[in-house]
Design a protein around this ligand. Structure first.
Ligand SMILES: Nc1ncnc2c1ncn2[C@@H]1O[C@H](COP(=O)(O)OP(=O)(O)OP(=O)(O)O)[C@@H](O)[C@H]1O
Ligand SMILES: [Mg+2]
Length: 440
């Protein structure tokens, strides 16, 4: 038998909407994750963030980019903020959003994403001590913003192009929940029929499949996979609900302005819609929006709220807002109530939120998730009681009401959780190894 390490290591890359991670298989059967340095420690999940800054060099303007923890540090230290872009993966399915203008220059989305992927590759090469030119890469079942397989294929092709622009010679894709299943399978000493639920920042993905040492030994067949399903809704959508309920009203979403003899909304609703979506937020820093807000400020009945909105956009406070929202969500995963606070200059938003309130804000989203799970069971013809285990992973699986969906359908004793931020990368490395062994 060919040793799995005789020609190249098996590598899995999870490019996530919020966090990315990289894993490789080891000769002893273990998994090694790439550690990324931060100012205070190291982390195995690299924030999928891009920060662009303009510098003058030899009299010419140059744009420098920073990613992950370094991107956050440069952004926080900068006196004059550049452009911080979050949740870049969520742009991939959008056919009319091929690029964006930064400092007067147009950048293709693939180019922006490839800056993150290049840095991920370089971190991996440094730690592994060898070139990384091939990997198995995760993909959601359904990309954010997509409602059919054509759009998913379009998004996947853009993701492939971004990898090829980042120094990779080839990539294989695998569904993210199937990757999580490979990771879960590595802990089993018997076969199981499992349902995987992977709840990330952008997407919620499900797979129903047979796994285990017996399945591996006899060789997997197409029949082992009973079905996949997914929806472009997860942690970022929950964040959007929090912004809509707590933040936008304090920034004038319900405010009126005098126009001739009428009272009209001070600021167009689309501006708040962009504020709710991390991947659209940085688009608000344009001359057009600035002019709209200036005139809204002049006519608004509550100009101080519009001023706070102007400040948030001018100062590019999307990251701080994301942090405040994330803090609230994490607290509410562990406590019955939590305090939301977001302060900057003229803005001071403070509010106590109960878990029950939060659950009512995301009620529709929870229903969509339930529907997606039920549809998967129906289309695959599997009854809930025949499923041996449910494995929930991804950061949003910490949300108690998300877990409850599965506990009520499958009973709490059949639900397992774990490796929330690394199971997909681990499983992708195992998948990469298996595919390579099969080919050799
Ligand atoms: N304790 C927690 N409670 C609730 N939500 C959390 C918690 N920890 C992290 N999250 C949320 O989990 C999400 C990130 O999870 P994860 O890193 O699994 O996503 P991702 O892999 O980057 O995204 P995707 O798989 O959709 O591309 C964010 O929305 C974050 O706010
Ligand atoms: Mg993920």
């Amino acid at each position: 038998m060919v040793s799995p390490h005789s020609t190249r290591p098996a590598i899995g890359i999870d490019f996530g909407t919020t966090n990315s991670s990289i894993a490789r298989t080891l000769p002893d059967g273990g998994i090694e994750l790439v550690s990324f340095p931060t100012t205070t420690a190291t982390t195995e999940s690299f924030r999928s963030i891009l920060y662009l800054e303009q510098h003058k060099q030899a009299g010419r303007n140059q744009v420098k980019s920073f990613t992950g923890p370094a991107g956050i540090d440069h952004y926080l230290e900068a006196e004059h903020k550049g452009r911080l872009i979050q949740s870049l993966k969520s742009y991939l399915s959008s056919r009319n959003l091929t690029g964006t203008e930064v400092f007067g220059r147009r950048y293709a989305m693939e180019d922006l994403i490839s800056r993150i992927l290049t840095d991920l590759r370089l971190h991996a090469e440094r730690q592994f001590g060898q070139p990384v030119r091939h990997a198995t890469v995760g993909r959601p079942v359904r990309f954010v913003g997509s409602d059919n397989t054509d759009n998913d294929d379009f998004a996947l092709d853009r993701l492939r192009q971004a990898f090829l622009h980042s120094g990779f010679e080839s990539v294989d894709f695998e569904m993210e929940p199937i990757a999580a299943a490979y990771s879960y399978e590595s802990t089993l000493d018997h076969d199981e029929l499992i349902l995987i639920g992977d709840f990330g920042g952008g997407t919620s993905d499900f797979s129903l499949l047979h796994v285990g040492p017996g399945v591996r030994a006899r060789g997997r067949t197409a029949k082992d996979l009973l079905g996949n399903s997914g929806l472009g809704l997860a942690g970022d959508t929950f964040d959007a609900r929090i912004v809509r309920k707590l933040v936008s009203p304090a920034l004038g979403a319900d405010s009126l302005a005098r126009s001739l003899n009428k009272l009209l909304p001070a600021v167009p609703a689309w501006i708040y819609a962009n504020l709710e979506r991390w991947h659209y937020l940085s688009f608000l820093k344009t001359r057009n929006v600035s002019q709209i807000l200036k005139s809204a400020h002049a006519n608004a009945l509550e100009p101080e709220k519009i001023e706070a909105l102007i400040n948030l956009i001018d100062e590019d406070l999307g990251y701080q807002l994301h942090q405040a929202v994330q803090r609230l969500k994490v607290e509410l995963s562990h406590h019955e109530s939590a305090r939301f606070y977001f302060r900057d200059g003229s803005m001071n938003i403070q509010s106590v939120v109960t878990r029950e309130e939060f659950e009512s804000w995301i009620g529709e989203d929870l229903e969509s998730i339930e529907q997606c799970v039920d549809d998967l069971l129906t289309t695959s013809g599997v009854a809930a009681q025949t499923i041996d285990r449910v494995f929930l992973t991804g950061g949003t699986s910490f949300v108690p009401s998300v877990r409850r969906i599965f506990e009520s359908r499958f009973t709490a004793s059949r639900v397992r959780t774990g490796d929330e931020f690394t199971s997909v990368a681990r499983g992708l490395a195992l998948r990469d190894q298996e595919a390579w062994l099969k080919r050799s």
